[in-house]
Ligand binder design. Structure first.
Ligand code: ASN
Length: 342
């Protein structure tokens, strides 16, 4: 074993530098890390660093990146104690969610981190996040693919980006953190995935057949343009829609175009999953008469899942080669504590 931890650098603000057009991810991160930590590097676990090509602003993430990450984890799995994935914050919740489904209960620590301000700039959060991620990656086993950010360890399948500026950029709104890393670090191992949870080795995750365009998010708002529904129903690539409904799961039940969309979705082989637009609480099917049509039309219950987790779960189920019926059946299973039971 050459080093304890492998860092996979995908891009993101943590490794960005200024250009005329704005911040852009920049190669040569190892040298900047060494400069930042100086002699303090000796206090950290040893690491190797792989820079992905091309480095991206995470706004450009696609399922192909998730497979690339799984393939790199598979290639290096036996050689390191743990892995740190440096990723942009904008779509961190998607990538951490996707890897959480792809890997299940991990035999090695797989930790995402990033920053709001580039490493090396005054007042940056990058060094603290990286230090904490490295220490945890080489430490006791963390079964969940997780996020290390602003002195907290959060489950990857539960996170949302909640601030574009604050260092506390992430939260897991329906779940307590897996750990807090301030003065006395505390890891809540009892909250992590148990040994009973299935583990899915990275080499199998790398072979999944993700289908770009298979899942769409549809956020309800007053006076929806009906052309949106028509476009989704007519799109042969689209196999599932995550409906972000109001409050406890309510829909515009007097809107004929919306009702027609619900009726036509299933015969057109589209799965619809209902989640809430609210940050926490989730949907409670059957509470309001205004949402009765959802159950009548076989819309699936997303409970208190985040939009990112619902999106990634559908993508992952489809990428495993399931037909519509199998996706519907398997939707009910909980694979990586992505929703609260009940
Ligand atoms: N645009 C950046 C990204 O997601 C934001 C960040 O990393 N803070 O790559």
């Amino acid at each position: 074993m050459s080093a304890a931890v492998l860092i996979l650098y995908t891009g993101g603000t943590i490794g960005m530098t200024a250009t005329e057009q704005g911040l852009t991810p920049t190669p040569g991160l190892r040298a900047r890390i060494e400069q930042q930590f100086g002699a303090g590097l000796a206090q950290l676990p040893s690491f190797d660093l792989l820079e992905l090509e091309p480095l991206i602003d995470s706004a450009n993430i696609t399922p192909a990146h998730w497979q690339r990450l799984a393939a790199l984890l598979a290639e290096h799995w036996e050689h390191y104690q743990g892995f740190v994935i440096l990723h942009g914050t904008d779509t961190m919740a998607y990538s951490a969610g996707a890897l959480a489904f792809m890997l299940g209960a991990c035999a090695k620590n797989v930790l995402f981190t990033g920053a709001q301000v580039p490493l090396g700039l005054p007042g940056s959060d990058a060094a603290d996040n990286l230090r904490n991620a490295l220490l945890l990656a080489a430490g006791p086993r963390i079964t969940d693919v997780s996020l290390v950010f602003n002195e907290r360890l959060l489950r990857g399948s539960r996170i949302r980006k909640v601030s574009s500026k604050r260092f506390a950029a992430f939260d897991s709104p329906n779940e307590a953190p897996l750990g807090t890393l301030s003065k006395t670090p505390t890891l809540h191992h009892q909250r992590m995935l148990s040994a009973q949870t299935a583990s899915r080795p990275p080499h199998l995750a790398a072979q999944l057949n993700f289908q770009p365009g298979a899942v769409a998010l549809l956020t309800l708002h007053p006076c929806m343009p009906s052309a949106l529904y028509d476009a989704l129903l007519a799109d042969p690539q689209c196999r599932a829609v995550v409906l972000q409904s109001y409050g406890a799961g309510n829909i515009p039940s007097r809107d004929q175009a919306f009702n027609a969309f619900l009726c036509r979705a299933r015969p057109r082989n589209k799965i619809v999953v209902n989640i809430s637009q609210c940050l926490d609480g989730g949907v409670s099917p059957g509470t309001y008469a205004a949402s009765a049509a959802l159950q009548e039309q076989g819309v699936l219950n997303g409970g208190d899942m985040t939009p990112e987790a619902a999106f990634c779960k559908l993508h992952w189920l489809i990428a495993g080669g399931r037909d519509q019926r199998a996706v519907r059946d398997d939707w009910e299973q909980i694979y990586c504590a992505e929703r609260s039971a009940g």
